[in-house]
Design a protein. Structure first.
Lengths: 352, 316, 378
């Protein structure tokens, strides 16, 4: 993994954009950001045969799977892409958030907004409880532990009574009306906007975090854990933080999800979702938040867009994943590699 | 919760646990071999197994079995089963090699991130499952009863039947053959060399591409023959049959120490027994919870599995 | 890096993008100016596809036959939404269905989970739904007046099964479920209604279980002479085989619900299926109408699956409503709520909850490799 990849020398969206970004003024940047945000807020209205998903409702698809995948992939990216922990059970956090809202709302009447934070809290707690023993392990041992964890949460939900068993829970409250916008089941747009707002918050927090000490610590751990530890990075602490923070994102959106669909069952939280979210992260470009977001949006979008293939759509979706990974092994928008490499022809030091 | 079943039905639980473990072992070897040389979870390996079950079924269908005949005599059975197992082994082996070429080779040559290969494998896995779903009409397929399953003799509560003996003897024979191949042949040495240090083995003149192709071939053949045993034992298959079995087999490989062949064997039997006994005592629905807790505990005390990795190298 | 490689890469990306975006555009008029649409909701791909495809075929056959014989009646176009029987994939599809003004009714969902995920959306859109196979008891509470189902819910079938299991002298019943919504609910109700002294143990396996040997050991140890299985035929066939292959449990009576009532069950379990008792709120297509079964086989090349007939009849009810001159959702909903429909092998009539008004529960038994009708369970 530490060997320089020859693949990212090619056509590179990230660098093209990076060069352009460097040359912009402050005002241009503000304007650009505003334009992007506005674009995403009006996206549900841009439903047309070319962009939209014809067989399924576009604004609903924007909420789930697309929006949900994006925000979960960003959360998982903190775990996998930043701190290098291979997590195959991310859906557990999502499930914990969703069940927190469902159970607390149905049994004790807790309102949505409190449950979002509680869901986040419980997910963090679960992350801490799993992370403390498990994060001592490395690589694929951790992968199987996290995979097991994701499955266990689902199995527990089937086997306990307070989670509604296999039938799950129904009649979960939607968020209360906010600024005159009603959250109703047949209009996913407000939920999408809510998710988008949450997404902006997460991205903002993420960018602040990775630019500072934790970000550097995570990158050091990902590149070489032993060296990082040797250089004085408290690896366990930062890995745990990465795991818990990634889990918090999953918990928060889980509660939002429960509020939108109003009924959840253990079937909503299968291993396949964990795998999909991981695929989103790698497909987009591990470690690069913009790549991850794009990858997640695409992987959420394709199965819905491919519905016109009906019987064979998942077949083509699988093929697409193989082909895309072969064409762009580091993802659509790979992260910038920090290591310095010497060009073999000129002997000059180059940063790739 | 009923602990008394532990001793009242000990013999039957033990026997079935070992038989299930033997089938896990043949599949988990594929995971562990590929992991050994490539440091890669071959996510599509479970689909290679699934393909084998359908190849086995295909052979019996071509031979004209409808499933309602009387079981075969021992010689006729051996002939039919050997043919089916061979075809399944060849089919799965070649599919595994093809998979390596299509899903992994280019990524490996580009020194791509390990996770990229994982996603490529997931894609291949989705493709294979859906492909087989479509060509098999999404149905459950039954396999004819080739062998009389009446009890030959009884040990405690365990009824020893011919199919269990075939599975056990066959699986152990394969494991010994595999061990000999890895230990004594040139390609086996190649596999061991590449597992230890890929770069140095290139310097030493090992044809890495060949070794890797061979590894996939062995893993595929084992899964294919394993699938024939599986069909003999369970007598049914479906396009998604690989998923749950694959998770169990992979767990077994990790439990034993992934990359370590003997570890995978031990892990498989241990896992088969854990599953069998925990589901008898606590109920089948708690089986995976128990397995998970034991896995966590084992890894806490032995972070590289029961038998440790073949190669003690830290990796991310 | 060669230019060729780069070009190929870009070309492939473009080709993929092109293939993806140039999907056949669907005309979506504000009102509806095309034909009326009847939609099937269920899993047509993924692991539950077999049941889903069977139901969809039954549904399609009904619409096809209607269109052939409609005379001057309005044409109805059959459509589908493929949820993969996955509740998380359902809402976008359900919403698109509601937003399509041409859709006048939904046949589906196939399983309770996906049905419940869709019901609040259909309820808002006033879109009537008749489910052929979702049997969870809680559905009417979520679906209000748009919800209907062809088959009696688990609350009816459970006690019937308990009766079947318990009415033999000195019955010792071991109860197993597959942890699906259907199987687990059924097992829970059987546990509640069957006399406690007749229950000797229980276990829960999972959908996709192949190895039942630990369950068999428990059945043996409990000394059960009857095993109830709440679940579907793929697991049931493996379970019954493993029970029969074990000398200690080979004579137990095997009892299951309508999830097992399928010819595939006999095909998979072979002679081990012999003697299996099953309950169902309906009659399978092969029994109900040989001619229709033949037509079905000719049309789709496969035998009807579980609930195929239910889907056929559910579609039939909608089509009868259309034939009677109703063409809006409200009219059709009203028609379904107030009328009855004589389908093949069963008469559909719904009570205020959307449950079938006549809750027939039939008993079947496997005899000489065939499913035989025994009679109604009173």
């Amino acid at each position: 993994m530490s060997t320089p990849s020859s693949t990212n020398v090619r056509f590179n969206l990230r660098d093209k954009f990076g060069d352009w970004w460097e040359g912009t003024t402050r005002n241009q940047r503000v304007l650009f950001r505003a334009a992007v945000i506005v674009f995403f807020f009006i996206l549900p209205f841009l439903d047309n045969p070319i962009l939209g998903t014809n067989e399924s409702d576009f604004s609903s698809v924007l909420f789930y799977p697309m929006g949900m995948f994006v925000i979960m992939a960003i959360g998982l990216n903190i775990i996998v892409g930043k701190s290098g922990i291979l997590d195959l059970g991310y859906v557990a956090f999502f499930a914990i958030g969703a069940y927190t809202h469902a159970i607390l709302n149905l049994n004790f009447g807790f309102p949505f907004w409190i449950n979002v934070f509680l869901g986040m809290g419980f997910a963090m707690l679960a992350g801490l409880m799993l992370g403390l023993p498990a994060l001592r392990l490395r690589g694929d041992y951790l992968a199987i532990i996290t995979l097991g964890f994701g499955e266990i949460i689902r199995i527990l939900a089937i086997n306990f009574n307070f989670t509604g068993g296999a039938a799950g829970l129904a009649g979960i409250a939607a968020p209360p009306t906010l600024f005159g916008i009603e959250f109703v089941v047949d209009d996913p747009k407000p939920f999408y906007w809510l998710l988008l707002t949450l997404m902006l918050l997460v991205i903002w927090a993420y960018l602040r975090l990775v630019a500072r000490r934790p970000g550097r610590a995570w990158e050091a751990i990902r590149e070489d854990e032993d060296v990082a530890e040797f250089m004085g990075v408290a690896t366990m602490k930062y890995k745990l933080w990465g795991f818990v923070l990634g889990g918090a994102v999953g918990g928060a959106v889980g509660a939002v999800y429960a509020g939108q669909v109003t009924s959840i069952t253990p079937e909503n939280f299968t291993l396949q979702i964990s795998i999909m979210i991981l695929a989103c992260v790698v497909f987009g470009g591990m470690g690069n938040i913009w790549g991850v977001a794009l990858g997640a949006a695409l992987l959420g979008y394709f199965p819905e867009k491919l519905r016109f293939l009906s019987d064979t759509r998942i077949l083509f979706f699988g093929l697409l994943m193989v082909v895309m990974m072969n064409i762009r092994p580091d993802g659509i928008i790979p992260r910038k590699k920090r290591e310095k490499v010497y060009d073999k022809n000129t002997g000059q030091e180059v940063t790739r | 919760m009923d602990f008394s079943i532990l001793w009242t039905d000990f013999a039957s639980l033990l026997l079935d646990g070992i038989v299930v473990g033997a089938i896990y072992a043949l599949v988990s070897l594929g995971y562990t071999l590929v992991y050994g040389v490539l440091r890669l979870i071959n996510f599509a390996h479970s689909e290679i197994f699934m393909l084998g079950t359908f190849a086995t079924l295909g052979v019996t269908m071509l031979l004209g079995f409808t499933g309602f005949e009387e079981p075969l005599g021992i010689l006729a059975f051996l002939g039919v089963f050997l043919l089916a197992a061979t075809v399944a082994g060849v089919a799965s082996g070649s599919a595994a090699m093809l998979l390596e070429v299509v899903a992994y080779r280019r990524l490996r040559r580009n020194n791509a991130n390990r996770l990229s290969s994982l996603i490529s494998a997931i894609g291949a896995s989705l493709f294979l499952v859906e492909f087989f779903r479509i060509i098999t009409d999404s149905k459950d397929w039954d396999f004819p009863r080739l062998l009389d399953k009446n009890s030959l003799f009884q040990v405690g509560t365990a009824y020893v039947t011919a199919d269990k003996i075939v599975v056990l003897v066959g699986a152990f024979a394969l494991m010994i053959i595999l061990d000999r191949i890895i230990q004594t042949t040139k390609l086996g040495r190649g596999i061991r060399a590449v597992s230890q240090d890929e770069r140095t083995s290139i310097l030493m003149g090992v044809d890495v591409d060949r070794v890797i192709a061979f590894t996939f071939l062995i893993g595929g053949v084992l899964a294919g023959v394993g699938s024939a045993f599986y069909m003999l034992f369970y007598e049914a298959t479906k396009f998604n049959v690989g998923f749950l079995l694959g998770i169990s087999a992979f767990t077994a490989a990790v439990l034993g120490g992934i990359g370590n062949i003997r570890g995978a064997l031990a892990g498989s039997f241990v896992l088969g027994l854990i599953q069998q006994f925990s589901s008898a005592v606590l109920g089948y629905n708690w089986r995976d919870v128990v397995t998970f807790i034991i896995l966590v505990l084992v890894l806490l005390f032995k972070p590289t599995g029961l038998f440790g990795e073949a190669l003690q190298r830290a990796r991310v | 890096m060669s230019l060729v490689k780069r070009t190929i890469g870009v070309a492939a990306s473009v080709a993929v993008a092109f293939a993806t975006f140039v999907a056949p555009a669907q005309a979506a008029p504000a009102g509806c100016d095309g034909d009326m649409k009847l939609i099937f909701q269920g899993g047509l791909t993924g692991s539950a596809a077999q049941t889903g495809i069977g139901e969809y075929n039954g549904f399609k056959l009904a619409v096809l036959q209607y269109n052939e014989k409609r005379g001057s009646g309005p044409k109805v176009e059959p459509g589908f939404i493929d949820t993969q029987a996955d509740p998380s994939q359902t809402p976008p599809l359900a919403l698109a269905t509601v937003n399509d003004a041409c859709v006048i009714g939904v046949v589906g969902g196939m399983y309770s989970g996906e049905t419940r995920a869709a019901l609040p959306i259909y309820l808002k859109g006033g879109l009537p739904l008749i489910s052929p196979s979702a049997t969870n008891e809680t559905l009417p509470a979520v679906g209000g007046d748009v919800f209907h189902r062809v088959v009696a819910n688990d609350g009816v079938q459970g006690p019937a099964l308990a009766k079947l299991a318990g009415n033999q002298p000195n019955a010792k019943v071991f109860i197993v479920d597959d942890q699906s919504t259907y199987g687990k609910d059924l097992a829970t109700i059987v546990k509640k209604t069957l006399a406690k002294n007749k229950q000797v143990g229980s276990d829960s396996v999972a959908t996709g279980t192949t190895n039942f040997s630990s369950v068999v050991a428990k059945v043996r140890k409990a000394g059960a002479n009857t095993v109830f299985f709440g679940g579907y035929y793929p697991e049931a066939s493996k379970f019954v085989k493993q029970l029969r292959d074990n000398a200690a449990t080979k004579n137990v009576k095997f009892i299951a619900g309508d999830g097992v009532l399928d010819n595939e069950y006999i095909k998979l379990a072979k002679k081990n299926a012999e003697g299996t008792s099953m309950t169902a709120p309906y009659i399978p297509m092969e029994r109900a109408d040989k001619k229709l079964t033949a037509i079905y086989k000719k049309e789709y090349g496969v035998a009807p699956a579980v609930y195929t007939l239910e889907a056929y009849n559910a579609a039939g009810f909608f089509l009868a409503a259309v034939k009677a001159g109703n063409d809006t959702r409200a009219e059709i909903l009203n028609y379904i709520n107030t009328n009855s429909y004589k389908g093949v092998g069963q008469t559909l009539k719904f009570d205020a909850q959307g449950e079938p008004a006549t809750k027939v529960m039939n008993e079947f038994i496997v005899k000489s490799g065939k499913i035989e009708y025994v009679g109604a369970i009173k």
